[in-house]
Design a protein around this ligand. Structure first.
Ligand SMILES: *Cc1c(COP(=O)(O)O)cnc(C)c1O
Length: 380
């Protein structure tokens, strides 16, 4: 294939050249010195990236993100335990489904699509209904909402007896801020194919020192996803070695860019996309205040369908995502997560402008937003 597609998807995301190269490292005994060095370094780097407490531990498992959502349930909750699921879209709902399949009793607070959860409402609910865990989505990929996990965590932290706070940040970290220690996030789930700029196939389960004390010693149905060997650096089953080499390299690149630059880059991509959408006759389905830095859902004018936009864009070399759930027939989603900079976004928005009724005006306004950013930063 001469031209790979331009992808503006909320996963999978583009993979840096250095990561592709690292994945070609010759295979060797995963108990040998070369891989063991990587196996030691990767969790250490993730621990720093997520600002974990000194006793925190990281498991890297050979599954997509959903497998680690399942691991998060299996390792902390017995069948019959009760958890609260706070849902702001399709992925919040999926987390509930995963828990239900594990025999856990799930109570739910469900928000309308496009809204963020309210920490005060969650805390009120917990005052009335004691539960063993709270499941929340950090960045709801189906709607493009960044939820206030920081506020919730900090307010839960001071309670004498508190449920475990379990966070799906698969499309959040490391593109948006996360401080597991300060925010008292007990368990965090991430995956390789979004902000970590790797191919799909590795899931990350980060467990705080506090949460580790709540790891279940016995749990019916748990075998492959028993987190304990993974957390302790053991490999009872063959690790996905090549992906580990890639992730190790990606973590080095992330450290090189630095979190301040990375967070600002993703916020800028969201701002450009939103300015572009406003001027292009598209509906922003989430308020500015809760807009995700990594994915933007755009409501389309009645005259065009998501399927139409997707196929016309794809013919021109651009892949964007469709809407999910109730937004399936009215929205598209632009992923701007991981290895995406303003130049990449512009290539995509330029293609999309051809498909939109108000394309030229969208380009102009999006451009003005970018120009203002560059001028303010002295970067032009
Ligand atoms: C992508 C995503 C998932 C699912 O991850 P898979 O790797 O496809 O299993 C779950 N939650 C969120 C928030 C996501 O963005």
């Amino acid at each position: 294939m001469l031209f790979p597609p331009h992808i503006l998807l909320p996963g999978p995301t583009p993979v840096p050249y250095a990561v592709q190269q690292a994945m070609l490292t010759p295979l060797s005994d995963h108990r040998g010195a070369v891989f063991q060095e990587v196996a030691r370094r990767v969790p250490e780097r993730i621990k720093q990236l997520l600002h974990m407490d000194p006793n925190g531990k990281v498991a890297v498992m050979p599954t997509s993100g959903t497998g680690v959502l399942e691991a998060a349930i299996q390792n902390f909750f017995m069948p019959g335990d009760t958890v609260l699921s706070v849902e702001t879209g399709a992925f919040g709902e999926r987390f509930k489904t995963v828990a239900e399949h594990q025999g856990v009793t799930v109570q739910a607070i469900t928000y309308p699509w496009g809204q963020a959860f309210s920490p005060a409402e969650v805390l009120d609910y917990l005052d009335q209904h004691p539960v063993k865990g709270v499941l929340v989505t950090h960045n709801e990929t189906s709607t493009g909402v960044l939820n206030p996990v920081e506020t919730l965590g900090q307010q839960l932290k001071d309670r004498a007896s508190r449920p475990l706070l379990i966070v799906d940040s698969i499309s959040g970290v490391p593109s948006v801020p996360m401080n597991m220690q300060d925010w008292a996030v007990d368990v965090l789930v991430a995956a390789s194919q979004k902000g970590f700029m790797c191919p799909p196939g590795l899931g990350i389960l980060a467990v705080s020192g506090y949460a580790e004390q709540h790891l279940l010693p016995e749990r019916p149905g748990r075998y492959y996803l028993d987190a304990r060997p993974y957390l302790n650096g053991n490999f009872p089953y063959t690790p996905a070695v090549s992906l580990w080499y890639g992730l190790d390299q990606a973590l080095a690149l992330l450290a090189e860019e630095g979190e301040t630059t990375r967070f600002e880059r993703h916020r800028l991509l969201s701002r450009i996309t939103r300015a572009y959408a406003r001027a292009g006759g598209l509906h922003l389905l989430v308020e500015d205040q809760h807009a995700s830095p990594t994915v933007t859902a755009l409501g389309l004018p009645d005259a065009i369908t998501p399927a139409d936009v997707k196929s016309r864009a794809a013919r021109l070399g651009l892949q964007v995502a469709g809407g999910m759930g109730p937004w399936h027939d009215r929205a598209i989603r632009i992923g701007h997560v991981g290895l995406v900079d303003a130049a990449d976004l512009w290539a995509g928005l330029g293609v999309l402008a051809h498909v939109l009724p108000d394309g030229p005006s969208a380009l102009e306004k999006g451009f003005a937003e970018w120009h203002e950013f560059l001028t303010t930063k002295g970067l032009d």
